[in-house]
Design a protein around this ligand. Structure first.
Ligand code: PNS
Length: 167
């Protein structure tokens, strides 16, 4: 049973994330979409909220589960006996950072391979930061996030008035 991990912050999950997870689920017997907690980042959604939204968004994929982890990705991959780490690549600008992470993970755990799937053209520009920005200013995010989590994100971010720029 070949298992892969799709790690990320998922703050919040986007249609781009789901595309990568769905394609990974076709390549591996089992996929874990892993909400990685970064203690130095202040997220919009708690890790538990992010995992719950992710779980609803992947409910149609029977071989995908969701987990939360704080620590080194390589340690999690080793603990669960996964053989692959699947990441999405949107543009060359992603590559340098992703390549650095790949080399680090390979050094820490040579038996696991990182596999990059290129984003579809539709999702090339999409990111969680962009979703948050558009939602905060009451723009439509309907095309950016899975329908299962649209109300959660709109409720959390869409009603927030733009902060005053007056000092
Ligand atoms: O969605 P993101 O924020 O681009 O995801 C980045 C993530 C969570 C995959 C990355 O920061 C990560 O793997 N963090 C775990 C800490 C770790 O293992 N660091 C060393 C390898 S770079």
């Amino acid at each position: 049973m070949a298992k892969a991990i799709c790690p990320g912050s998922f703050d919040p999950v986007t249609r781009g994330h789901i595309d990568i997870i769905a394609r990974a689920s076709g390549l591996f017997d089992e996929v874990v979409a892993l909400v990685v907690v970064n203690p130095v980042k202040v997220p919009c959604f708690t890790a538990v909220e992010r995992a719950a939204m992710l779980r609803r968004s992947v409910a149609h994929l029977p071989n995908v589960s969701v987990d939360i982890y704080q620590g080194l990705l390589a340690n999690y991959v080793r603990q669960v006996g996964a053989v692959g780490i699947v990441k999405g690549l949107r543009a060359m600008s992603d590559f340098e950072y992703e390549f650095q992470m790949t080399l680090t993970n390979h050094k820490l755990l040579p038996q696991a391979e990182t596999i990059f799937l290129s984003s579809t053209v539709d999702n090339l520009y999409l990111s969680s930061s962009l979703v948050k920005q558009v939602a905060q200013y009451q723009g439509s995010i309907v095309d950016f996030v899975p329908p299962e989590v649209l109300p959660d994100i709109e409720q959390r971010l869409g009603c927030r008035s733009p902060t005053s720029i007056a000092r």
